[in-house]
Design a protein around this ligand. Structure first.
Ligand code: PMP
Length: 404
């Protein structure tokens, strides 16, 4: 071991002691929302492939039209080509905006966009539970002043902005639309009202809602009728769209600014054209096959009814594809996840630091490709595991995730 990095082994041993060391598991996705893990076939309730498109043969066929695997350079050098143009045009058309810009990931989209918008003097106000990529974006805006408001508390945001009414710098408000660890939804109408009133820019991260929510799949902004009131909408190609990459949609001036100032976009090699082609195809399928997003609420209601019956109703109303089952202690959630795996179900255990101490949980992610039998197996598994372990059940926390 190199002496300069010997401290790492000690830190890892401390993580082991608290059952908090994570490791990747090699999982092979299969059709039908299933996967292979450790030589067994499981129903996969851990993937963000909410519409079951990641293994759709039509995406693979679309990729065959592409002549180069890599883009070869960053966007402002020679990295952009016809597939980037096609994808950005398809995203703008899908989202009903003037323009779109593609990033290497959703993480990069949030990081680069927040920093680019907070250029110069800026106060950034953010929900305590926004995704780490938005927090990191806010932290990387060196001259910005950061203000955190309690989760989904629009009145607290209003108070902060009113207190700062005399300050001359730009104001930027950040929120996720669906908070994936808790499955709850941001009060976007109230946030739009407040931002309009106080002259603040509102950025909404639709990572878990694009493709899934809204009649056209344009997320919570569409569902709540505020698409045209939110000036900065971020999404990912990596979840319901089933591919990889991130994007921002909005007015042309916003997109042109990001092309000039979003460092995570133009200092990184442009997204592979392979991913662009697959994403264009996926957007077409999402438009043509609304049954995929319509299936999610049916499955969700079946699962929620059973959780309610077992005394594990989530603390917030759930409108997206993620359902938390808060069990409390890490050991308990690891055991529940292990028992479900034995029953042929992959349901990940989510533990600190992804969520607050004492609120470790199972997180069920639904997938339109799951058939009724898969959902029934989940329900049977939950009945067995949750009923067997009800001693010492944790009280549900109302705010459970942490920032990091
Ligand atoms: N925003 C949210 C709310 C997310 O959950 C995630 C991914 N977990 C991201 C952004 C980052 O997206 P990507 O995986 O495409 O980097």
């Amino acid at each position: 071991m190199h002496p300069a990095i010997a401290w790492i082994a000690d830190e890892l041993a401390a993580l082991d002691a608290g059952h908090l060391r994570r490791a990747v598991r090699s999982i092979t996705p299969l059709l039908g929302g299933r996967c292979h893990l450790n030589g067994r076939e499981l129903v996969n309730f851990g993937s963000n492939d909410y519409l079951g498109l990641a293994s759709d043969p039509r995406l693979i066929e679309a990729v065959a039209e592409v002549s180069n695997a890599g883009s070869g350079a960053s966007p402002l050098v020679t990295g952009y080509g016809p597939w980037h143009d096609r994808l950005e045009a398809a995203l703008a058309a899908f989202e009903g905006t003037a323009a779109a810009i593609v990033f290497p990931s959703g993480y990069a989209a949030n990081l680069g966009t927040v920093a680019a918008l907070a250029d110069g003097a800026c106060s950034i106000y953010f929900d305590r539970l926004i995704h780490a990529s938005l927090v990191d974006g806010a932290r990387s805006a060196r001259s910005a002043r950061l203000q955190v408001f309690p989760h989904n508390d629009a009145s607290a945001l209003r108070e902060l902005l009113q207190k700062d009414a005399g300050r001359l710098e730009k104001k930027l408000v950040l929120t996720d639309s669906i908070f994936s660890m808790d499955g709850d939804v941001a009060p976007l109408v109230e946030l739009c009202d407040i931002c309009d009133e106080m002259g603040a820019m509102l950025l909404v991260d639709e990572a878990h809602a694009t493709g899934v929510l809204g009649a056209g799949g344009r997320g919570v902004c569409e569902l709540l009728g505020v698409e045209h009131r939110v000036p900065i909408r971020v999404g990912t190609l990596s979840k319901a769209i089933g591919v990889q990459g991130g994007f921002v949609v909005g007015e042309r001036s916003l997109i042109d600014w990001l092309r000039n100032r979003a460092r995570t976009q133009f200092f990184s090699t442009a997204l592979s054209p392979v991913l662009c082609a697959a994403s264009v195809q996926s957007l077409e399928i999402i438009r043509e096959e609304p049954w995929r997003r319509e299936r999610i609420p049916q499955m969700r209601d079946r699962v929620l009814n059973v959780l309610h019956e077992l005394g594990f109703t989530p603390p917030h109303s759930i409108i997206g594809p993620n359902i938390p089952v808060v069990l409390g202690e890490v050991d308990r959630v690891l055991e529940a996840s292990r028992l479900l795996e034995q029953a042929g179900l992959f349901v990940p255990a989510i533990r600190p630091p992804s969520v607050k101490e004492g609120t470790a949980r199972l997180r069920i992610s639904l997938n339109a490709a799951h058939d009724d039998d898969a959902v029934q197996r989940l329900i049977d598994g939950l009945r067995r595991v949750l009923v067997a372990g009800t001693d010492g059940r944790a009280a549900h926390a109302t705010e459970s995730s942490t920032l990091t």
